[in-house]
Design a protein around this ligand. Structure first.
Ligand SMILES: Cc1cc2nc3c(=O)[nH]c(=O)nc-3n(C[C@H](O)[C@H](O)[C@H](O)COP(=O)(O)OP(=O)(O)OC[C@H]3O[C@@H](n4cnc5c(N)ncnc54)[C@H](O)[C@@H]3O)c2cc1C
Length: 381
């Protein structure tokens, strides 16, 4: 059978792309995923922060579109774990006062609420933050929220299946081969053909496209997160400390996700340490005690690491790499907050319903470019 579209990879991006194509009713669509379920790689490891505080104007649009798609999934599935409206407090040293003020003004101009706070205001709202330096400043962005990317992907997947999406879970694609009138997808003994194929295989996308002799400028790097147990509970929003890059995400009444451990060098997606490394584990609880004394009794529940895809200019790679063959990758560490929008866009580009020339995946050749963090406040890193 010939498919109209095959999507490879069922993270947030690929699941959304498959959902979008199914909704468009373009003909048979197949989603292929190597794991037995959807969103079991980077998408399941994310902190789940969704914030308007992103440095590129397109990202603000994509976060807003993603919010709509997350909300839709919440409404249609009834799964309340998809979205939690915590708000986010960004903390900084006063030398970033101008930057924070500019960002707040910029968001407000777009109709997005944002307030700058001094320490007294921070502690009035969150008295638990009792160990901040007296000159700490904050940026409060109340619309920011937390998502459960796995719950979202499962909801999108279920709905797409009800619209006719075919799926092969637990099936690893070995090769993709462009042909004269489409693309062949090979997984073990199985071969499928499609008019179009979208590779949304996260940090595996480069290796998969290598099998077709196409090299995209993507370098996987490792990001770590931990879950801390606070026996006495806490009341906090999502927190991001700009000076240390530590971020905290509420995860139930006694658990707090805490991260800081980005490792900006290339990792092999088939062979990397999936638990937190010793240095990260030793430091993360201490980092949190710098914010609040209630963390003195915090214990480590678990830690893990996943991969993110760096690109030379920190922008996503979305579009055609050969006739009929497309890619959507290059999340740069903040691909959950933009994932639904980018998955939707990738499907539309692959189906000739949208154009995104600025995201052309081959705009730069592959090189050993320096990997830089993507989720930053500044645009000039
Ligand atoms: C610790 C950590 C914290 C993070 N926190 C945040 C956050 O707070 N906010 C945020 O916005 N982002 C965050 N991110 C980034 C976010 O997780 C990613 O940007 C996002 O999950 C990317 O989604 P994806 O669908 O592109 O990739 P993935 O979720 O990795 O999906 C790719 C899929 O392709 C499949 N696949 C790969 N190769 C093949 C093959 N050959 N055949 C079949 N299937 C294949 C994989 O199994 C996988 O399911 C975090 C990442 C990490 C690691």
């Amino acid at each position: 059978m010939e498919y109209e579209l095959i999507v490879i990879g069922a993270g947030v991006w690929g699941t959304t792309a498959a959902h979008t194509a199914s909704q468009l009713g373009i003909g048979p669509v197949l989603l292929v995923e190597k794991n037995p379920g959807v969103a079991q790689e980077s998408s399941s490891k994310a902190g789940g922060i969704v914030t308007d505080l992103v440095w590129h104007p397109d990202d603000i649009e994509w976060v807003q579109r993603s919010r709509i798609l997350y909300e839709r999934a919440l409404q249609s599935s009834g799964d309340a774990s998809i979205l939690q409206p915590y708000g986010m407090l960004t903390l900084a040293h006063p030398n970033r006062e101008t930057l924070l003020g500019e960002r707040a003004r910029h968001l407000r101009e777009k109709g997005i609420p944002a307030e700058t706070w001094d320490l007294a205001t921070i502690q009035q709202h969150y008295p638990e933050l009792d160990r901040l330096a007296s000159d700490t400043i904050g940026l409060w962005t109340p619309r920011d929220f937390h998502v459960n990317p796995t719950a979202y992907s499962e909801a999108a997947f279920r709905e797409a299946r009800s619209l006719g999406l075919e799926a092969r879970l637990g099936t690893r694609v070995d090769r993709v081969e462009p042909t004269a009138n489409g693309v062949r997808v090979i997984a073990g003994d199985e071969v499928w053909t499609a008019r179009r194929v979208l590779v949304a295989a996260g940090t595996w996308s480069r290796n998969l496209l290598d099998t077709a002799g196409i090299r995209i400028p993507l370098r996987p790097y490792r990001v770590q997160l931990s879950s801390l147990d606070l026996p006495n509970g806490y009341h906090l929003p999502m927190l991001w400390d700009l000076d240390t890059d530590v971020y905290l995400v509420p995860d139930g009444p006694h658990n707090l996700l805490a991260g800081d451990g980005t490792r900006l060098f290339e990792h092999d997606p088939d062979n990397y340490q999936t638990t937190g490394d010793d240095e990260f584990i030793a430091n993360i609880a201490d980092q949190v005690t710098r914010f609040m004394s209630t963390a003195d009794t915090a214990g480590l529940r678990s830690s893990w690491a996943g991969l993110c895809g760096g690109t030379p200019d920190r922008r996503p790679l979305i579009g055609s790499v050969a006739p009929g063959l497309y890619v959507a990758a290059g999340d740069q560490g903040f691909g959950v907050m933009r994932g639904p929008a980018l998955g939707e866009l990738a499907a539309r580009v692959a189906l000739d319903q949208a154009e995104a020339p600025a995201l052309n995946p081959l705009r730069e050749p592959f090189s050993e470019f320096p990997i830089r963090p993507g989720f930053t406040l500044e645009d000039d890193l």
